[in-house]
Write a protein that binds this ligand. Structure first.
Ligand SMILES: Cc1ncc(COP(=O)(O)O)c(C=O)c1O
Length: 395
């Protein structure tokens, strides 16, 4: 059933999508009695690697954990700086801070909400140890113009592909381009484990280090620990493994992923068609031919954005703002940044309801309502402006 017209509340902005067999898969794992890291997790890793066309994938508990471990694997340490767009989910910044490093906030291209090679180039200093391009909405980022400079300075690319599983970068899937790549499989992602994440390592040694770090730094496997009287903690580590219960959901999702990818592309294109030509509404370009869309974001004039958001909410359509800029967050504002492009576009964006359960009729309904409330707000604002201007004229 479509939730856009659901009587139970406002239309969800995003929600999990299940294919059906997930329930039986969890039942099997519950009966197996092995809920921590286990055979389901190992199988999920192999299947992810096979899907992406890479040698190895390390599964972890969340996308945030993936970013934290990948930064550590890239050698990011206290005193370092990591280039990151301010317009991203706060998880990126928390992961950087967890290593003891500092974020070096940069602008995004207002057309795509992604950083460009030029933004990164302009922010390079001797303190930079890594860059974290965020694949906003699932769109791949071409870093070719800055690759040589990054390599010369030994700066790692830790790609935040939390929203980009299944998207394509050139001739490869995102994740198969040679960079440390992090995915999220949280509840609303195109591939969900309920909660989960994964890292594509750059080489076998890095994969080993990541596997130790996700298991509290313990060297022995679970089987070895059962057989012996002790175990060794060989490095700093965290409890970041992916449970078999979550992996079982992920395996079903992966087996059905192409269907959901096609559905997301279709829905995004439907929004694009219905919103084309609507005055004052511009879609963020996701390069849909190469992207499995995570969201559908529009820009509308800042002076009407908040009122449009409120009117949509009143019409039971839940729009969102992804994201409030991180350089303005009290926890992260460590320097006085001025990022005018980011601040301007953050005041314009609205994420429309977007998930595979939506129907074409839902999309048309949301698009028509959006067009109507933008026009109504403009009209109201024009009227208020005129009223406000009247005394001025009289002076
Ligand atoms: C861009 C981005 N980075 C990181 C994350 C963190 O992933 P998780 O929620 O799995 O920890 C998310 C999740 O929404 C995200 O969208």
């Amino acid at each position: 059933m479509s939730i856009v017209t659901s009587p139970s509340g406002p239309a969800a902005n995003a929600r999990p999508f299940l294919h059906g067999p997930e329930l039986a898969a969890i039942g099997r794992v519950l009966q197996s009695g092995q809920y921590g890291h286990g055979p389901e997790t190992d199988a999920f890793e192999l299947e992810l690697a096979d899907y992406l066309g890479v040698d190895d994938v390390v599964a972890v508990s969340t996308g945030t954990a993936a970013l934290h471990l990948a930064l550590l694997a890239a050698g990011v340490a206290p005193g370092d700086e990591v280039i990151v767009p301010s317009l991203t989910f706060c998880a990126c910044i928390q992961a950087i801070l967890a290593t003891g490093a500092r974020p070096r906030f940069v602008e995004v291209d207002p057309r795509t909400l992604c950083v460009t090679a030029e933004h990164i180039q302009a922010a390079l200093t001797s303190a930079i140890r890594a860059v974290m391009p965020v694949l906003y909405g699932g769109r791949a980022i071409d870093l070719t113009p800055v690759r040589d400079q990054l390599a010369d300075r030994d700066i790692a690319v830790v790609e935040d592909a939390a929203q980009a599983f299944g998207s394509v970068n050139g001739d490869h899937f995102v994740g198969a381009t040679g960079d440390l790549t992090c995915f999220s499989f949280d509840a609303i992602k195109a591939l969900t484990c309920g909660d989960g994440g994964a890292i594509v390592p750059r080489n076998p040694a890095e994969a080993d280090a990541l596997r130790r770090a996700r298991s509290l730094g313990v060297t022995a496997t679970r089987e070895e620990r059962v057989r012996t009287v002790s175990y060794q903690v060989s490095t700093l580590g965290f409890r970041y493994h992916l449970s078999t219960l979550h992996a079982a959901i992920g395996r079903v999702q992966l087996a059905n992923f192409d269907k959901v990818a096609g559905r997301r592309k279709h829905l995004w294109r439907r929004y694009a068609t219905t919103l084309t030509g609507v005055p004052d509404v511009v879609m963020i370009d996701l390069d849909v031919a190469n992207t499995v869309p995570f969201n559908c974001v529009v820009r509308i004039p800042a002076r009407v954005r908040d009122a449009v958001h409120a009117r949509l909410h009143a019409a039971r359509i839940q729009a969102g703002v992804h994201y409030p800029p991180n350089h303005l967050q009290p926890a992260f504002d460590r320097r006085s940044y001025t990022l005018p492009a980011t601040e301007a576009v953050a005041a314009e964006i609205l994420s429309l309801p977007f998930h595979p359960d939506l129907t074409d009729a839902d999309i048309d309904h949301v698009a028509a309502k959006l067009a109507a409330v933008v026009a109504a707000e403009h009209h109201a604002l024009g009227h208020r402006d005129a009223v406000g201007a009247a005394p001025q004229k009289g002076r």
